[in-house]
Design a protein around this ligand. Sequence first.
Ligand SMILES: Cc1ncc(COP(=O)(O)O)c(C=O)c1O
Length: 395
Amino acid sequence: MFQQVEPTPLDPIIRLIGIFKADNRNNKIDMGVGVFRDSNGNTPIMAAVKEAEQRLHDQQTTKTYVGLSGNESFNSHISQMVFGDDADTSRIRAVQTPGGCGAIRVLSEMLSKVSSDSKVWLSDPTWGNHYPIFQGSGFKTETYPYLNRITKTVVVDELLEGLSKRGPQDIVLFHGCCHNPSGAELQPKHWDEIARLAAKNGFFPFFDLAYQGFGDSLEQDVYSIRAVAKEVESLVVASSCSKNFGLYRDRVGCAMIMGETSESADLACAQLLSTARSSYSMPPDHGAAIVGMILDDQGLRQTWEQELADMRGRILGLRHQMSDKLRARTGHDRWDFIADHRGMFSLLALDDEQVKRLRDEYAIYVVAGGRINIAGLRDEEEMDRFIDAFVNVVE
Ligand SMILES: Cc1ncc(COP(=O)(O)O)c(C=O)c1O
C-alpha cells in the first residue's frame, strides 16, 4: 500500500521545532514557534483557566456527547466578543470547532460546496497553513499585495487597488488583527475602506482571528470585522482560543457565519455541520467548556482579561525595548517599525543565509524569511544577545 508514497514535506515551522529540540546548546533561544512565553520562558496555564478547570472537574457529571455545534454558551460568548453587543444575532451562527484551524477548514469546506468556482485570495505574505487548508478544500489560491518588505509596513494603496479588482467570485482572507507573519497592521480607516469595497464589488470576506486581545485590546482587535460586518450582507470568521486563553493543546476554536438573512445563515450553518459530521463529527468539549465558564462568570472573566492584558503588555514592552535598542545600537531608525507592529510576530525579511547564521553561530531560531516571535525572548540578557547577533548578521 505505502511503497509508492511520495515523501511529504513537513510544514517549515513544525520542522523548526524538531531542529530546535535536537540542538544541545544550553543558550539556545526559540523565536520560531508561535506560542506566547512569559519572562521565565514558560507558556503558563492562565489562573482563570486553572480555576475554571477545577470547577469543571468538581461539577461535571457526564462525558456524553455535547452535539455537533458544541458548547452553546461558548458559541454565544465568542460571537458576542467578536461581533459586539449591537450585532444582529438573528443572522449570526456559531459552531465550536477543534481549534482555529478546524474553524478555517470547515468554513472553507462549506464555502467550497456553496461556491465551488470561487478563488481564495490570501495576503502576500500569509500564514503558511492557509495554503494547504484552502487548497485542500478544492480552492485555487491567489495573493493580494500586503507587505512592503523594505519598510515592513502595509502597502495600503496597492492592497486597495488589488481588492478593487475582486468581485462576487472571490473570497478574500483577512487577518482580523496581529497579522501573521508580518506583524504589520491596517488602521481603522483602511478597514472602513475595505468594508466599502467589499460592499460595492461583492467579494466575500473571510476573517481569520487567531490573536484577539494580543494587539491593542479585545475590542480594538475586532474593529476590522465589525467595520466590514456593518457594510456587507454576509461573511465568515474563524476564531481561535489557542493564544488568548493559552489553550493550545485543548483545541478550542469557533466558526462563525453571518448570513444575509436568518434563513440563509441557517442553510450555511447546516452545510457546515454536515461537513463537520463527515470528518471529526463533534468538537472536543474540555477547552470550550472552560472558555464558556470563564466568559460566563464575572470574576473569572475579570481575572482572564487582566491576564490577557498582562500578556499583551509584555509583548508591547518587548517591542519598544527591541526597537529602542536597535536604534541606539545602529544609530538609524530602520527598525522602528518593530514598535508599531502588533501581536507576537514581525517579519524581518531575512534571507536564508542570515537565518542560518543566526541559528548556527548564535543559537537563535527564527522562521525562514525572518519571522520572529518577540515573546520568545525571556529577559534583557536574551534581548541583548539577540540584538548583538542580529546587528552582526544583518547590519
Ligand atoms: C494566523 C493563524 N490562524 C489560525 C491559527 C490556528 O490556530 P489553532 O488551530 O492552534 O487554534 C494560527 C495559529 O498559529 C494562526 O497563526
